[in-house]
Design a protein around this ligand. Structure first.
Ligand SMILES: [Zn+2]
Length: 85
């Protein structure tokens, strides 16, 4: 008889902020520690204007990764944190 083991899964989380370039409207997703904690300036890859990431936050979510042996099997929104400025 074959023993069918339930695959062992692990979880990992990433706090992500959604940004919008105030000049051309292009959206970006970046790690929230970078955006919220540092409030770093970034250059838009489309219009090449620089803007402050903290002021450009449109939304913020906590992503939950389902891992199997360290490989990502699935991603979902674990928590909708919402925009905070
Ligand atoms: Zn832009």
């Amino acid at each position: 008889m074959r023993c069918v083991m339930e695959p062992q899964t692990e979880k990992a989380w990433l706090d992500v902020s959604i940004l919008q370039c105030p000049y051309c409207g292009r959206f970006y997703a970046d790690a929230s520690w970078y955006v919220v904690e540092l409030g770093a300036e970034i250059e838009c890859g489309v219009c090449h204007n620089s803007f402050n990431t903290r002021k450009a936050i449109k939304d913020r979510v906590l992503l939950e990764f389902t891992l199997m042996g360290g490989l990502v099997m699935d991603v979902k929104i674990a928590e909708h944190i919402g925009p905070q400025r």
